[in-house]
Ligand binder design. Structure first.
Ligand code: PGA
Length: 267
């Protein structure tokens, strides 16, 4: 949210919503290229009204960059290595991602934490490598179903954010772009379950206060992710602290994504 002065009156204005399309492993190289090629004109029009970040599989990054390089549509990776370079079979460095055309990268996604035992220290290392390579990190945080039921959400988020704010203090002088923090309750990802407005307002206000208190020199944007689609997006758009969305399944379908972007009075 920004405040704009017009004729002496200060009015609150939303910046453009951010839409991060996290295609996970739901789109191949060919289908990613077809998606962008077939919808390029509409995507360019959309990028005047919204900040659109497409996160395909790594192998599709460089070919997509050839299509998107002169547009406002940005490319993001779904992960990066916590190492800078060396003998790390199967990993991709932040340097390579930059060379492939990335300006964003998702880190700490619940699926990486679950299936690849990603730790908060590893995520903080990734954060530093990304910032050093001028890639904006999209840091995912969120509690599991059990943690939610045990009312430990804020405790878990604090653990997840602590190492990130410590990393921020190392590099705040070089950090010219905002970082993105995506609140994704693990129990909402791909399940069709979404948090109540009360829960979201408590969590997002807490994150804002935590960032203001612990990383005052840093600008950030707050995203929500987990089971968003064209039917429920307005519900989230009406929550003031949300700057944008990290969208999984619904983002692979171009028409659905377009409906989400243009749904409601604000887009
Ligand atoms: P979903 O995934 O929108 O399919 O729930 C969100 C995510 O995992 O980023």
């Amino acid at each position: 949210m920004i405040f704009v002065k017009t004729e002496g009156v200060s009015i609150a204005m939303r910046q453009k919503f951010v839409y991060v399309a996290n295609w996970k492993m739901n789109s191949t190289l060919n289908s990613s290229l077809t998606w962008v090629a077939q919808n390029l004109d509409e995507l360019i029009a959309i990028s005047n009204d919204a900040q659109l970040i497409i996160c395909p599989s790594d192998v599709a990054l460089y070919p997509l960059d050839q299509f998107l390089t002169s547009t406002n549509i940005k490319l993001g990776a779904q992960n990066c290595s916590s190492h800078l370079a060396g003998s790390f079979t199967g990993e991709t460095s932040a340097v390579s991602l930059k060379e492939a055309g990335c300006s964003f990268c998702i880190i700490g996604h619940a699926e990486q934490r679950k299936y690849h035992q990603e730790t908060d220290s590893g995520i903080a290392k990734k954060f530093l490598h990304l910032v050093e390579n001028n890639i904006s990190p999209i840091v995912c945080i969120g509690e599991t179903q059990d943690e939610y039921q045990e009312k430990n959400t804020l405790l878990i988020l604090e653990q997840q954010l602590k190492k990130i704010v410590a990393a921020c203090s190392e590099i705040f002088q070089t950090l010219s772009n905002p970082i993105y923090i995506a609140y994704e309750p693990v129990w909402a990802i791909g399940t069709g379950n979404i948090p109540t407005k009360d829960h979201l307002e408590v969590v997002l206000s807490w994150v804002s206060q935590f960032m203001r208190a612990n990383a005052p020199a840093i600008q950030w944007k707050l995203l929500y992710g987990g089971s968003t689609n064209a039917t429920n997006i307005d519900y989230f758009k009406n929550i003031d602290l949300i700057d944008g969305f990290l969208i999984g399944a619904a983002s692979v379908n171009f028409q659905e994504l377009k409906k989400m972007i243009y749904s409601g009075s604000q887009f």
